[in-house]
Design a protein around this ligand. Structure first.
Ligand code: GDP
Ligand code: MG
Length: 438
């Protein structure tokens, strides 16, 4: 998607109002891209219309091109479509909180049960009990026991002879007795949705009255995920979704469609096979992932609020003409610092030159030293960095109480910074080429 949008951005450089034809052209690409990312066509249609309505006629913000402006709206609408805010796992008024994990076979229910248990203990200081209610898959109970041992957490099971509904009830009773505050019930799945499975899950639901029914969906299954989510939701009434295998090569379209079709929030994202590879689901990050542009919007926003625009333009002109001086450098350092931690800022630049970033690594605690070095330069040296030679460096090192190596390092950083700033400014102008960026 990033590449497609890139091309469209490049065509859209005029400033002023966002015109209807700007939006039309952009949205044609967005529509195709979303369909390619396996988003349900009804969802796409609704989405495209919503964006069109909002974007046409908007004033273009000073620091954005019309293309970026439209993408900003696209990003906001995508985020809203996926629920807007991050949605937390439920907590019962009176413990234990009962959570039922449901989903098709292989979706990741058992793994996710352990992941959520681990998450609750680590982040919420809870003590969960896991319950093995999948009695059909031969190894399912053992699998959960193994995960329990690995995490040093209790697992409730009654073997594979008891009915799942009895296991669920037993687990809740056990949790009450042992003062465990969460019960996570790992249930059976099937290859396809069928009545028998739904009947069993409904029985469990009725028996233990769960606070949370989480549907575990494999993000790689794309369109299928939507149908699965729809039928689970109809028959059980879901309270949330966990998308697994987002670490894989998935296009992420499932996330959009599932939320839109079931109207239940996606609460977690599975990012790998290990028990600690679970993250709270952030709609905004997912939107950026689908659009393939890093956190470029937050970068634009940060830059907008923090950098004086006129001054930035001046600097940019200098950088382009490559006659950046150390006076500018000092000033730029100050501005960049006011935008937040440097590494955080650099990480937001999609497709940024990682090697150049490594070299920069301006340690904030050392900024004082950098300043001292620059202040030990003569006015002429500051304005003409290229005149620096060995004897000048020696004098500067002495004057600033640093070493020649420190001075050399700074000169190198200065050069890298010049390159970086060039990248940043060209990106803000919407002209950045290369993968990931626009
Ligand atoms: P269940 O049948 O729904 O209980 O699924 P399992 O928990 O047994 O998981 C099926 C397979 O998917 C296992 O090999 C898991 O390791 C794997 N798996 C689960 N979640 C993730 C995930 O987020 N990322 C990756 N890469 N693999 C996962
Ligand atoms: Mg399982």
């Amino acid at each position: 998607l990033a590449e497609r949008l890139q091309a469209t951005f490049d065509k859209m450089k005029s400033r002023g109002k966002v015109s209807e034809s700007d939006v039309k052209e952009m949205m044609r690409e967005v529509r195709l891209a979303l369909l390619e990312a396996d988003v349900n066509f009804k969802v796409v249609k609704k989405f495209v219309n919503a964006v069109k309505e909002r974007a046409v006629g908007q004033e273009v913000m000073k620091s954005l091109t019309p293309g970026q402006q439209v993408i900003k709206v696209v990003n906001e609408e995508l985020t809203a479509l996926m629920g807007g805010e991050q949605s937390k796992i439920a907590q019962a008024q009176k413990p234990p909180t009962v959570v039922m994990m449901v989903g098709l076979q292989g979706a990741g229910k058992t793994t996710t049960t352990a992941k959520v248990a681990n998450f609750l203990r680590k982040n919420n200081n809870r003590s969960p009990l896991m319950a093995a209610a999948d009695i059909y898959r031969p190894a399912a109970i053992d699998q959960l026991h193994t995960l329990g041992k690995q995490l040093d957490m209790p697992v409730f099971s009654l073997g594979d002879k008891e009915k799942p509904v009895e296991i669920a009830k037993g687990a809740v009773a056990q949790a009450k007795e042992d003062h465990q505050d969460y019960v996570l019930i790992d249930t059976a799945g099937r290859l396809h949705v069928d009545e028998e499975l739904m009947g069993e899950l409904q029985d469990i639901k009725e028996a233990v009255n769960p606070d949370e029914i989480l549907l575990v969906v494999d993000a790689m299954t794309g369109q299928d995920a939507v149908n699965v989510a729809e039928s689970f939701n109809e028959q059980l009434g879901l309270t949330g979704v966990v998308l697994t295998k987002l670490d894989g090569d998935t296009r992420g379209g499932a996330a959009l469609s599932v939320k839109s079709v079931t109207n239940t929030p996606i609460k977690f994202a599975g990012m790998g096979e290990k028990v600690d590879q679970l993250e709270p689901f952030h709609p905004e990050r997912m939107a950026s992932r689908i659009l393939g542009m890093g956190d470029v919007l937050s970068l634009i926003e940060k830059a907008q609020t923090n950098v004086d625009e006129e001054r930035a333009k001046e600097l940019e002109k200098k950088m382009r003409s490559a006659d950046l001086t150390f006076d500018d450098f000092l000033e730029q350092l100050e501005q960049v610092r006011s935008m937040g931690p440097l590494d955080e800022l650099l990480a937001m630049i999609p497709g940024a030159n990682k090697k150049a970033m490594k070299n920069i690594q301006i340690d904030e605690s050392q900024i004082g030293r950098v300043e001292a070095i620059v202040r030990s330069m003569t006015a002429y040296e500051k304005q003409n960095p290229s005149v620096m030679n060995a004897s000048r460096k020696r004098r500067i090192a002495k004057g600033s109480g640093t070493t020649i190596q420190d001075v050399n390092r700074l000169l190198k950083q200065f050069e890298d910074m010049k390159k970086m700033m060039k990248q940043m400014t060209s990106m803000q102008k919407g002209k950045k080429k290369g993968k990931g960026g626009f």
